[in-house]
Design a protein around this ligand. Sequence first.
Ligand code: GLU
Length: 418
Amino acid sequence: MIPEFDHPTYRLAVAQFDQAAEAMNLAPNLRERLKSPQRSLVVGLPIRMDDGQVRVFQGYRVQHDSARGPSKGGLRYHQAVNLGEVAALAMWMTWKTALAGLPYGGAKGGITVNPNTLSNTELERLTRRYAAEIFPLIGPDKDIPATDIGTTPQVMAWLMDTYSQQVGFSVPGAVTGKPLAIGGSLGREEATGQGVVYVTLEALRKKGLALEDTTVVIQGFGNVGSHTAKIFSEAGARVIGVSDVTGGIVNPKGLPIADIVQRHRHGVSFQDMNVGDFLTNDELLTLECTVLIPAAISEQITVHNAERLRCRILSEAANGPTTLDADAILQDRGVFIIPDILANAGGVIVSYFEWVQDVQRFFWKEDDIRERLHEIITAAFHRTLGFAEEKKTTMRIAALMSGIDQVAQAHTARGLYP
Ligand code: GLU
């Protein structure tokens, strides 16, 4: 492994890739190439803070692969962001887009910052400077950023505006996850959560479990966790536990999700809501439930808690929430895992719709978006399930193998330049 990328999350992505590559007997030349990214950019971002001081932040954009089309992937603002993590997330985007059949490669970006410590004007200056520094790499035909942890439609609007200022005209298709007013798509904000629910419903059906008897526990209450909770409870499941970085709440009778979403948005802590018992994130992950949905950051399910998980289905809304050792333990224990590159693909699928609408200057109705999302993600679920059964392997390996195979075919067809 190239030392620049060495990081636990990158090691996890590469170890998963190695497992799948081995299982599918991938040609050694392709294996070497696909293990490390195509292109990586590290930028220093000097920002004038509101008190007049200048602080320099580190930013990254990694393009893992572009054999199947422009690279695509979110932009993360988090204090733990570094090159290795961004590279891992970029690699997962390659397999995710290929598995869903989207004409993209994978990319990811990030800035090492806790966005909650910045004022709105500092956040805007940081975003615009980042956009200017990565400008040579991005564009609607090259690499299209989107929202991820810590970034919002407003951040995407500043990115789109800065890009458009540089070229001299509006380019809505340069970024996805934008506000509707500048070419955003209906349904993008809830898309990842909607996709998580669609594939989890398929898994419940496969396991013969009725929705009315289903209990759901969700770790993380950002964009993905909160929308997943809302859509699941509207669909008729009982959401019994939710959490954020400060901890969670549990109520076996079911939580009033619509109310919790409202209050959480206004900054009320779970502890102050008086709707359930407070518990730590570790306790939350080991609650007895039908479906456990990690929707926070990577490496949350490890050897330290995998034996104690009490769910039938693990639906990975986060990227890389399960370590390799934990994965093996859960497989042994018969937990049905919907792997991240499948479970959370709804976000990038609707990003694709947004980009298509922007490029064509022709916008779709919300029903069309939901219907097409449903069609693409449930088809990917059943393809993966069929493939896993045929190859007698896990859902994760089957999903990775399908994604990698698409990318391998593209590389083989295009050949090696020069
Ligand atoms: N950040 C999301 C992900 O990890 C969405 C990326 C996109 O929409 O391009 O899949």
